[in-house]
Design a protein around this ligand. Structure first.
Ligand code: SF4
Length: 250
């Protein structure tokens, strides 16, 4: 998932709705305009609070905890979205991990009722909830962080046991039921080498994944990984391109 760039933890600008109503989606941040979070659509990005995993390269660690009070209210965010009809195409639910929230489906249905397309960024932590909401989603970006066959490596990246199994279940749901999707992986040489990346790609293509994006890890020391020439070798990139109908390197 990308940075919650306008999250209230970093930008006072993103605090239009301080009231917190009970029994609402927990909104940890809002990006009012994005052209990169839902392919081909102009979207607002709602960053949902909470994630059970603790990946070392997480860009939004301030969203991992589900704090007692969410900094933004969904009802206020929804009112703001209502005024953006005709100006934005879509609402993307990102995080944190949106599927952690039991009210995700309610919020998605409300966004759809306003005429927005709905996008979802997920790491596949909660396959059961993904199954509940998938019919409400027009496009899913699913993170797959390591070869699904390597449960130990997966758990080392996420800091939690049993994560590969959950992601495999979520991937099956995406492949069977999603209207449109992209599977994406982050290449961080602290966790993946070229051989592991090829194993990951083999796991995905064997399951029928057709659209794959590889994201080079960013960090404060390495804000532009393309300029730093980090990432897999050219032969590995060629091998990845051959495995998928659509492949992109970011
Ligand atoms: S799955 Fe990992 S990278 Fe994504 S929000 Fe959770 S801790 Fe961060």
């Amino acid at each position: 998932m990308r940075d919650a760039a306008l999250s209230p933890a970093r930008h006072a600008d993103a605090q239009p709705h301080p009231r917190v109503a009970p029994a609402e989606l927990r909104v940890g941040g809002l990006s009012r305009f994005s052209s990169v979070d839902f392919p081909g659509r102009l979207s607002a990005v709602v960053f949902v609070q909470g994630c059970p995993w603790r990946c070392g390269y997480c860009h939004n660690p301030h969203l991992q905890r589900r704090a007692a009070a969410a900094p933004l209210s969904w009802s206020g965010t929804r009112d703001w979205l209502r005024r953006r009809r005709g100006l934005l195409d879509a609402v993307v639910f990102s995080g944190g991990e949106p599927t952690v929230d039991p009210l995700l489906g309610t919020a998605m249905a409300e966004a759809r009722a306003m005429g927005f397309a709905v996008g979802l960024h997920t790491a596949g932590t909660h396959p059961r909830r993904l199954h509940e909401v998938v019919r409400l989603v027009d496009w899913i970006g699913l993170d797959v962080k390591a070869p699904l066959r390597d449960a130990a490596l997966y758990d080392r990246i996420t800091g939690r046991r049993g994560s590969a199994h959950r992601v495999a279940e979520s991937l099956d749901i995406v492949l069977r039921q999603a209207r449109d999707y992209e599977v994406r992986s982050t290449f961080d040489s602290a966790f993946l080498d070229d051989a592991a990346l090829l194993d990951l790609a083999d796991d995905l293509s064997a399951r029928g994944v057709r659209s794959f994006a590889l994201q080079r890890a960013r960090s404060p020391e390495r804000p532009d990984p393309a300029a730093a020439r980090c990432g897999p070798t050219p032969p590995t990139l060629d091998a990845l391109r051959r495995r998928f109908a659509a492949f992109v390197l970011r």
